[in-house]
Ligand binder design. Structure first.
Ligand SMILES: [Zn+2]
Length: 262
């Protein structure tokens, strides 16, 4: 039996398809994504990782969109000169990427004040580049949620820039109010299937602030390798929580993606 063609593209805004977990079947995965009309924003963590990943997906730029990032712990070691050079390189190839990520702050890995200052410096440099290029930011935050929101609030209020998406946000419930006030986006991971805090986050957020991610190969409730092919399960769960039409929901999320990446 022929299945009905899907018309709306499904979007995974945060995954890591360069990782070794995909070495054996990366090509096959991308072909299946094309058939299923799933696109993915593969986030990178450093200048080298960006260049490597960009090459890896050169032939599939329409399906896998590689985002330059600077992971918080990668910001520990980057010199001012290398950071500036990275930003300059990205200015020169700004047509090659739709967003910047992942960037952010993380106190889980290290609680050293000096290193945290370096994280903040890298985070701000990447946000300022995103504002200059008018690209969205995909943001990681662990044990530093209010610090991240304080920084984002500055840019929202002073620069009127709102293209911020918090990836896999696990901060305290009371911070959700602040996220809503600032008009930030959140990308909802597959663990929404079995994690109450994400179900609550979906309940609280307006539909227009919701994006979807897998963080592949991680964050699969079944502990198996995650992949962008699991994206439809997240859409279905969001539709269930919101009491919203399953068929309509992908269009809403796609419009959110278009709005943030335009
Ligand atoms: Zn990630």
């Amino acid at each position: 039996m022929e299945t009905k063609p899907k018309t709306v593209t499904l979007v995974d805004v945060h995954c890591h398809l360069d990782m070794k977990h995909f070495d054996k079947d990366r090509e096959e995965l991308v072909q299946t994504m094309k058939r299923e009309k799933i696109i993915a924003l593969t986030n990178t963590i450093s200048p080298d990782n960006y260049l490597y990943t960009k090459q890896l997906f050169e032939a599939h730029a329409g399906t896998v969109k590689v985002c330059p990032g600077l992971y918080p712990t990668e910001a520990h070691d980057i010199s001012d000169k290398d950071l500036q050079e990275y930003c300059q390189q990205l200015r020169q190839c700004k047509e090659d990427f739709v967003g910047i990520g992942e960037i952010g702050l993380d106190k889980h890995e290290s609680n050293d004040e000096k290193l945290f200052e370096k994280q903040k410096k890298g985070f701000r440099a990447m946000i300022e580049l995103a504002i200059e290029l008018d690209k969205p930011c995909f943001i990681h935050t662990r044990k530093a949620e209010s610090e991240v929101l304080d920084i984002l609030a500055e840019y929202v209020e002073e620069k009127k820039f709102k293209k911020f998406c918090l990836h896999c946000f696990m901060g305290k419930k009371k911070l959700i109010k602040r996220i809503k006030e600032l008009g930030l986006y959140c990308s909802i991971p597959l663990i929404v299937l079995n994690t109450q805090s994400f179900q609550h986050l979906v309940e609280e957020l307006p539909l227009t602030s919701i994006l979807v991610e897998t963080d592949s190969p991680f964050l699969n409730p079944s502990k198996e390798r995650n992949s962008p092919l699991n994206i439809p399960l997240i859409y279905d769960e969001i539709a269930r929580i919101k009491g919203y039409d399953k068929v309509e929901l992908p269009l809403i999320v796609y419009n959110n993606y278009r709005r943030i990446t335009l």
